[in-house]
Structure formats: C-alpha cells, structure tokens
Design a protein around this ligand. Structure first.
Ligand code: FAD
Ligand code: MLT
Ligand code: ZN
Length: 471
C-alpha cells in the first residue's frame, strides 16, 4: 500500500472508527461487484459512516485529498452505478450503517429516514402509523431509500403513485466539498427558488451523497383485488388498460405485462411457480386494484374483466380468491429478474414509450431484432401501465464475453434507435450508470448534454463524485 493511501486510511479511521472501515479483501468483495455480476471494481477501502456528520467528514477529506467517492446503498442497481472502476483509487462509501428511521408523522403524512434505510423497512415504518409508502419493486428487501432517490426508482405502482421523484418531499445531502445541505422539509408547497431537491433525484451519486430523505405517506389500502388475464395481442392489453382505467379510476394500482416467453422463463427457473391460466397466452397482464375504503373491489374487477371478455379483448382471466393466490401471481412477475440471471446473459433494454406506441414498437422491434440477430430469444415484460418495458434479449450463459459485448452493442443500437423513433427513452427507471453512459450523448440533445455537464462542473468541479457514471 503506498504512503498516501496509508495516510488516507489512518485519517478515515480517525473519522469513522474501526466499525466504519472495511480494508480486508474478503469483507470488501460484496461491494465490488453489482447484483447482475456484470461489473467488477477495486477499492483501497469501503467506508461505512454511521451518520451525516461522519459522512460529511469523510467526503471533506476525500475532497481535500482529491480521492474519488463511489456511493453505494443496497447495491441492487442495474446500470453499474454503484461499482467502483478497476483503478483501485476510488473509495466506496456505503450508506448501509445509516439506517435509522428519524421521524414518522401521520398528521403531515411524512416519513423521515436515513438514506441507508432498506425500502421494506420504510414500508413497515409507514404501516406502524396506519399509513402507506407506495414505492414497490423486486429488490425492496435490500435496496435503500437513498439508492431509490439516486436512481429515481420506479417499480410496479408508478401508474398510481408516480416514481421516486413524485414521492420525495425533502433531502439532506453531503455536497462534494463536504458541506451539508439540509433540505429535510415535508412541505407540499415551497416555491423559494430552483428545485434543488429535483437536482439530486436521479443524480446517481454524481452530485453528492444523499444522507436523509423525507417521504410522502398515503392512506393505507384496506382492500385489494388481483387478476391475471391472457390476450392474443399487446393491442388488446393496451385497450384493456384503458377500459380498467375508465371503470376503476384511481383504484388501479398495478398493470404489469408478461409475454409467454418471459412467463416460461420464470416457471423454468423459479421454484414453486405454476401456470396462471389453463392455456399459455402470448400476452398476459397482472392487474391490481386497491382502495383505502371498505367497499369490496372484486366485484368491480370481475365486472370489468367480464366486459373485456365480452368485447373480445381477453381470452381468459383468473381472479385471485385469496392472499396466497395473489402472492403466487406476483411471484411469477417478480421472479423474472432472478430467472434471467439463472437462464443466461440478458441484454437488457429498460425503455419507456408512449403507451399508444407500445404495440407498434414491439411488432417492429421483434422484426428488427430477429433480422439483425436471427433466432434470438426475446424476453419482453414490464410495467405496461406506465409505458415501461423491459425488452430483454437472452444470450446463452456460456457466451464468449467478446461475442456478448458485440451482440449487446449491435442490439442496443437496433432497439434504442427504434425507441427514439417512437419518442421514447433509453432508460425508464434503472438510470444511466456505466451501462448507458456512452449512449447518452447519442440520444440526448447537445443542449441537454451541455446543461447537465455544466451542472456537474458547478457542483463537483473536481469530478470526484462517482466519476465515469452517468456523464
Ligand atoms: P445502489 O445499487 O447501491 O446504487 C445505485 C446508484 O445510486 C449508484 O449510482 C449509486 O452511486 C447511487 N446511490 C446509492 N445510494 C446513494 C446515496 N445515498 N446518495 C447518492 N447516491 C447514491 N429498479 C426500478 O426502478 N424498478 C424496478 O422494478 C426494479 N426492479 C428490480 C428488481 C430486482 C430483483 C433488482 C435486483 C433490482 C431492481 N431494480 C428496479 C433496480 C434497483 O433495485 C433500483 O435501481 C434501486 O433504486 C437501487 O437502490 P440501491 O440502494 O440498491 O442502490
Ligand atoms: C423488473 O421490473 O423486474 C426489473 O426492473 C427489470 C429486470 O430485472 O430486468
Ligand atoms: Zn422494472
């Protein structure tokens, strides 16, 4: 270890103590690769500050010594944003020890947490005062609220409650020079200048370390109704989405889509799963209604699906009759991420499109992808209710890295050019990280790139915060 690193470690030790430092290679290992196993990095030290004061002191020291900082929460991100590069010069700052629920306020409907609080624990804290925090995604058992803010996470309830940008009221952030911005307000209205909070949502660790978050709370849903439906075409599911919205209004909480190949992948690779319908259908939707009132929703959902069947929109449907059945249906949807990792190497496209363009996009994409790479296995699923598809292409587990890289580059181009033609986005909810950094300048205008680079330069002139990510 060279002298400057040794000096840095000694100073960090004085700031956070032995509990806050991981220098042992084995202890560091889980922090140096991402959930997908796609990226691998190195670091002289993983620092785990216990609170905002320690975080500020660590960032100030890194600023003075020009040491790059890679902030990490639950390390469940899918864009490589939380993995240090291979240089071994970047300090990993993990927020996982900052896991206190600071305040729960059912009158102002706010929940104030440390950034390292696990999302599922934020759900429990809201429930403890008969309130509801709606952000819901497959990684909720390990992702952190700070990571959810930094990636502007989406998940399965966006169509009713919005994504993290819509759910954050206030932030506390350690700035790249170590100063602390305390914006931990729970006001619904505060028109006093630029939207500083909005700047840090989706900033992916490149503008500062989020250390505290004020979240919006909602009424606890008392009633749910869940159904799985099968249709011949995506057009029919899009029409069904419109019908359910018209008939069920704000009660519509989730409208997830799975194609037959994506469902088959889950049933092949996730234990205790079974076919939701008698006959496998090319396009499926998992639909959930919820409401804070006492009126049963099952009849409403049943009547809506009966009308849809009468109109020929759907061929089959099953209405969940129990919590166990509801869980079994959600296991099919939430099992996709894991199934893809077990089945092969997924070339992922986390794309957003106008809902009215989804069916045309999918038809054209299938044609273009198969023309470009005959025989590829397309696994298409996602949050149809908000226009976000995970249009993934599976490659064999043992594919040569060079072949995978070439294929990825080729198919990214095919899919993302089409997405742009349909007025969509090349990253709906997973962010940019390392994964989309180089493509960003292709799909963002020069004005947008220049504005973002100016903001980065103004906030982090030494480019120490998560270098090589996003921009
Ligand atoms: P990390 O992975 O640790 O970090 C992600 C990024 O945020 C990095 O750039 C990091 O530098 C930055 N960061 C983390 N914490 C902070 C902080 N305190 N301050 C500043 N920067 C920070 N995502 C969705 O949006 N929707 C889904 O439906 C969804 N489903 C998923 C399902 C599975 C099974 C898995 C494994 C992931 C899924 N994800 C989904 C992706 C991931 O869970 C989200 O991106 C999540 O928000 C990441 O949170 P994290 O704490 O794990 O962040
Ligand atoms: C999901 O919605 O399941 C994830 O965001 C997508 C994925 O795991 O590819
Ligand atoms: Zn998703």
């Amino acid at each position: 270890m060279d002298q400057s690193t040794e000096r840095l470690l000694n100073k960090l030790h004085a700031l956070v103590g032995p509990a806050g430092l991981l220098t042992d290679a084995d202890a560091q290992a889980p922090y140096l690769t991402d959930w997908l196993g796609k990226w691998k990095g190195a670091t002289p030290v993983v620092v785990r500050p216990a609170n905002t004061t320690e975080t500020a002191a660590v960032v100030r020291l890194c600023s003075e010594t020009r040491t790059p900082v890679v902030t990490q929460g639950g390390n469940t991100g899918m864009s490589g944003g939380a993995t240090p590069d291979a240089s071994g010069a970047q300090v990993v700052l993990s927020t996982t020890r900052m896991n206190r629920v600071r305040a729960i306020d059912p009158i102002n409907n706010t929940l104030t947490v440390d950034a390292g609080v696990i999302l599922a624990n934020a759900h429990d804290a809201a429930r403890s005062v008969d309130r509801f925090f709606p952000l819901s995604l497959g990684a909720q058992g390990s992702c952190t609220v700070g990571g959810n803010v930094a990636t502007n996470a989406g998940g399965i309830a966006v169509l009713r409650y919005g994504n993290m940008r819509d759910l954050v009221l206030g932030l506390e952030v350690v700035l790249p020079d170590g100063r602390v911005w305390n914006g931990l307000r729970g006001l619904r209205k505060d028109n006093t200048g630029y939207d500083l909070r909005g700047l840090f949502v989706g900033s992916e660790g490149t503008l500062g370390v989020i250390t505290g978050v004020v979240l919006k709370l909602f009424a606890q849903p008392r009633r749910h109704a869940t159904a799985w439906v099968g249709a011949e075409s995506l057009e029919q599911l899009v029409s069904l989405l419109g019908m359910v919205r018209t008939r069920c209004g704000e009660r519509l909480t989730a409208f997830e889509m799975m194609t037959a190949p994506s469902l088959a992948l889950v049933m092949a690779h996730v234990a205790d799963t079974r076919a939701p319908l008698v006959q496998a259908m090319p396009f499926n939707a998992l639909i959930e209604l919820s409401d804070a009132g006492d009126a049963s929703l099952s009849e409403l959902l049943e009547a809506t699906l009966a009308e849809a069947m009468g109109d020929g929109l759907i061929v089959d449907a099953t209405l969940s009759a129990s919590e166990a059945q509801t869980q079994a249906l959600w296991k099919l949807r939430e099992g996709i991420s894991q199934a893809q990792v077990r089945a092969g190497k997924a070339i992922k496209h986390d794309i957003a499109l106008p809902i009215s363009s989804l069916a045309d996009f999918v038809a054209q994409a299938e044609h273009d992808v198969l023309a470009s790479a005959p025989g590829t296995h397309i696994v298409n699923f996602g949050h149809l209710g908000d226009g976000n598809l995970h249009y993934n292409v599976m490659m064999p587990l043992d594919i040569e890295p060079a072949t995978l890289s070439a294929r990825t580059h080729q198919l990214n181009g095919v899919v993302h050019q089409l997405v742009t033609r349909f007025g969509g986005s090349i990253s709906a909810e997973h962010g940019v990280g390392q994964l989309r950094r180089d493509e960003l300048r292709i799909y963002k205008s020069p004005v947008e790139m220049e504005l973002m680079l100016r903001i980065k330069q103004a906030m982090d002139p030494n480019h120490l915060m998560n270098p090589g990510k996003l921009l």
